[in-house]
Write a protein of this length. Structure first.
Length: 567
């Protein structure tokens, strides 16, 4: 390849390359800018396709019927970790992990979906040709995978035994499992990103692009060591959030970060997040350095990795896109961490989690407090007994959500720091906003106006805590955990909460004097809203509605239209 930009050449930046040079690159792409060194590597090195099988996943033809996000169904119906189809079939499980691609994330993660593969996928096989089942012999085997379409850079993730890939994901099944770490390292480097960019002109990373990647043999043991370290950090980060099925407890509450109050605990925990983000950056830069040297690309690439490309959820530079200052990033991270703390508290209120035992506690349809007490005989924080937690503008009931949240704070940080913790939480929720509202008022307003919206966003519009609400006036609101719902729930909600609230509001109106005309009118409007809501709730309660978690949130939530908040 020569640049004929000279005094004798009237065309500036004119390049001339031999057609034979293009043929050295598999697929012969017109990539005249590729260096002579890389051309030689394409000729002398093995291709990824020579040491592995690359496959695209299946197409169900009916995703609404066959795919769920894992938290929608009964946890005991999900089969994890099976090594092959026969093991999965013998398990008699209905749902199995499904790799459905996802956002740009390196090393580990994007493990959220499950697929109905009951009886070795009989329903999907019966649906052919509408369903397309590709390479089923590879299902459940460990692999490395990437998302076919990504708005970010090319990123590879490790998937252990137990997954079925969808058509949104492409998988690499290596001939030797022990090579997984090295290929994972290679494909997460700048070297691969540069080569794949030369082979693909779009953001679609097709198998035909990736399988041509040249694989240079590297003897340095650092490659495997760094890959395992990066994988461990990424997995720990993924599992630190309750949207992971391997989530056990809130990391913020782990003993190693414990301080007398929440503010100091967060400060210590935030330091840990910075350390692991910088450690991941170091590992990736060292990894880049090794492969840049091995591929002779020192004149083309530097090993530097910006913080925005360290794909850890705890890293605000990656988590929050856009050009934001450090102060803005820290404010966003603090607010979201406090919201995650509140979400975990609500999970403990419903018995999904426990402060006394790691992992999921109540996560199967129709489970009760008795089931909880069998697993946690002496809880330090007792879940709600009737699975109905009111969210109202005042503490009208003993299980009022703000009252329960205060009890949770006492259980986790002690009664002596309650006021300080409430103030810190309110400050984190308000961020830079100014206001004279008390901390309790700020927290109550968050539960009333924003909690369900944030919950639905966290759970990708498939919420597990359902908001029953009387309407825009928010006269009556209550959360119900769908896994504990039963056909008597609506009747209990009506008799024990809605009708009682109506009576309390009527009594409050009667106690107001003539000088409180505006308050009387406001409360009177709320009572009318409750009366109208009562008609719908009463009729629905007489239907004794059943739900089936296998149907998913969309189908089940629609059964309560007119009673629940919009997602």
């Amino acid at each position: 390849m020569t640049n004929d930009n000279s005094a004798n050449n009237p065309v500036p930046n004119f390049y001339r390359a031999s057609a034979a040079d293009f043929k050295k690159i598999p697929g012969s792409p017109i990539a005249y800018w590729i260096s002579e060194n890389i051309r030689k590597i394409f000729v002398t090195s093995s291709k990824l396709s020579q040491i592995s099988k690359l496959n695209k996943g299946l197409s169900t033809g009916q995703n609404d019927n066959f795919l769920r996000i894992w938290h929608e169904v009964c946890f005991h119906k999900i089969g994890f970790g099976y090594a092959d189809r026969e093991q999965a079939k013998q398990s008699n499980k209905k749902w199995f992990p499904c790799n459905k691609g996802g956002e740009c994330r390196k090393w580990y993660g994007n493990q959220e979906y499950i697929i109905d593969w009951e009886n070795d996928g009989k329903s999907l096989f019966d649906l052919r040709p509408k369903s397309v089942i590709r390479s089923p012999k590879q299902y459940f085997k460990s692999n490395l995978a990437w998302s076919k379409v990504s708005s970010g850079t090319f990123s590879l993730r490790y998937f252990p035994n137990g997954f079925i890939p969808s058509d949104a994901a492409s998988c690499i099944y290596l001939n030797q499992v022990k090579a997984e770490s090295r290929i994972l390292s290679l494909l997460n480097t700048k070297v691969t990103r540069s080569i794949v960019g030369d082979l693909s002109a779009t953001l679609n990373y097709e198998i035909g692009h990736i399988d041509r990647t040249p694989v240079v043999e590297i003897l340095s043991p650092l490659v495997d060591m760094n890959a395992q370290s990066a994988l461990s950090i990424s997995k720990s980060d993924w599992d630190s959030y309750e949207t992971s099925w391997d989530f056990t407890s809130l990391p913020l509450l782990q003993p190693e970060y414990s301080q007398p109050a929440l503010r100091e605990t967060y400060t210590k925990f935030r330091t840990h997040w910075r350390e692991i983000t910088l450690e991941m950056q170091r590992l990736e830069e060292e990894n880049n350095h090794i492969f840049i040297e091995a591929y002779g690309m020192q004149d083309e690439l530097t090993p530097d990795v910006p913080l925005s490309e360290i794909t850890l959820t705890c890293n605000p530079h990656y988590r929050y896109k856009g050009n934001k200052s450090e102060k803005e990033l820290e404010a966003l991270l603090l607010t979201d961490t406090i919201k995650e703390f509140i979400s975990y508290a609500v999970g403990c209120m419903f018995g999904r989690y426990s402060l006394d035992k790691p992992g999921l506690i109540l996560a199967n349809q129709g489970e009760t407090i008795d089931d909880y007490l069998q697993q946690v005989p002496e809880p330090s924080f007792m879940p709600d007994d009737d699975n109905i937690i009111p969210i109202l503008e005042d503490e009208y009931f003993t299980d009022d959500i703000v009252g329960r949240f205060k009890e949770f704070l006492k259980a986790t940080f002690g009664a002596e720091s309650l006021a300080e913790n409430l103030e810190f939480i309110a400050w984190a929720l308000l961020k830079s906003k100014n206001g004279s509202a008390s901390p309790e008022k700020v927290i109550r307003d968050y539960f009333l106006k924003s909690f369900f919206k944030d919950h639905a966003k966290m759970y990708k519009k498939r919420p597990i805590y359902w908001l029953f609400t009387s309407g825009k006036g928010r006269g009556f609101n209550a959360l119900v955990y769908m896994h504990r719902y039963n056909r008597e729930t609506l009747a209990k909600m009506r008799t024990d909460y809605l009708l009682e609230l109506e009576a309390k509001l009527d009594a409050r109106i009667g106690m107001l004097g003539d000088t409180s005309a505006a308050e009387k009118a406001r409360l009177g409007k709320q009572v009318k809203e409750l009366e109208k809501y009562d008609e719908v709730l009463h009729n629905k309660s007489l239907e004794y509605i059943d739900i089936d978690l296998d149907d998913g949130v969309k189908v089940n939530y629609a059964k309560f239209e007119g009673l629940v908040g919009k997602i």
